[in-house]
Design a protein around this ligand. Structure first.
Ligand code: ADP
Length: 256
């Protein structure tokens, strides 16, 4: 694939055809290498939990152990299988999105109600870390969208806000209509993201701190899924963040 045809004369028709072909080759090559990276990253992500499961199974099969030790091993195995099943779900979603094969079921939705339900569901998780969620949501906001995808989008962002905010922090959510768009702001008092990392956080498998993210069940795919969901709703997602101060994710979605 890396061979290129060189045109003798760029200006004639053959020259232009060769340019187009070369351009096509470049894009194909890019797509192939993206695909290869995705496959190798995905395999790597799956290899880690498999290795952990294997070690625990092997160690516990070597010799008789106490019930407490077996229980501990089973707990580790359970946690890793949960992580793998979450990861496989995310990978399937992304693979389908790449092939434009994910069913999108858009309908007229009460967005106010949708976000209120998500907040209520996530509150318990936040309270476990003594994190307070404050919200100010305009009533009666409607949009045309896919309910399960928009729910997933909000869950991912809130889950991150909770995950990356130390105990006793707070999350502030503001939702309002602004020039025919619904503006959703999710602000946390968490660890923040540096300017350099902000450029990559929407990339697949990108994690600022791999071990921290993995320990809290992160795969580095959440934000790339968010970006895809926002894109298919013809919206926008922006980030503002300061290390050790917190992050603000702002989403704009076309209002109905
Ligand atoms: P993960 O599953 O690792 O959370 P995401 O794609 O959701 O993956 O996020 C990518 C990375 O961006 C995370 O690993 C984390 O480093 C960073 N990040 C995302 N949200 C926040 C946040 N609210 N505060 C600080 N860092 C965040």
């Amino acid at each position: 694939l890396s061979k290129r045809i060189i045109a003798n004369n760029d200006d004639d028709e053959t020259g232009r055809l060769i340019d187009t072909l070369n351009d096509l080759l470049n894009r194909l090559e890019e797509a192939f290498s993206r695909e290869k990276r995705f496959t190798s990253d995905a395999s790597h992500e799956l290899r880690t939990p498999i290795a952990i499961i294997r070690v625990h199974a092997e160690e516990n099969l070597k010799e008789e152990r106490s019930a407490k030790e077996y229980r501990h091993a089973l707990k580790v195995i359970q946690k890793q299988t949960d992580y793998m099943s979450h990861l496989v779900g995310q990978l399937l979603l992304l693979a389908r999105s790449d092939m434009n094969q994910h069913p999108i079921e858009k309908e007229s939705l009460d967005f106010t109600e949708l976000i209120e339900i998500v907040i209520e569901e996530m509150e318990e998780l936040a309270l476990k870390k003594d994190i307070n969620i404050d919200f100010e949501i305009e009533q009666g906001l409607r949009l045309y969208g896919d309910q399960s995808m928009l729910t997933q989008l909000l869950i991912n962002l809130l889950d991150n806000a909770i995950k990356y905010t130390p105990p006793k922090g707070s999350i502030d959510i503001k939702v309002k209509s602004q020039s025919n768009q619904i503006r959703i702001e999710i602000k946390d008092t968490g660890i923040g993201i540096s300017k350099e990392d902000q450029a990559y956080i929407f990339d697949r498998f990108y994690r600022v701190d791999k071990s921290r993210s993995r320990a809290s069940g992160g795969s580095g795919l959440g934000l790339s899924i968010c970006q895809w969901i926002v894109r298919i709703h013809k919206g926008n997602i922006e980030i503002e963040s300061e290390i050790n101060q917190g992050s603000i994710f702002t989403i704009y979605l076309p209002q109905k």
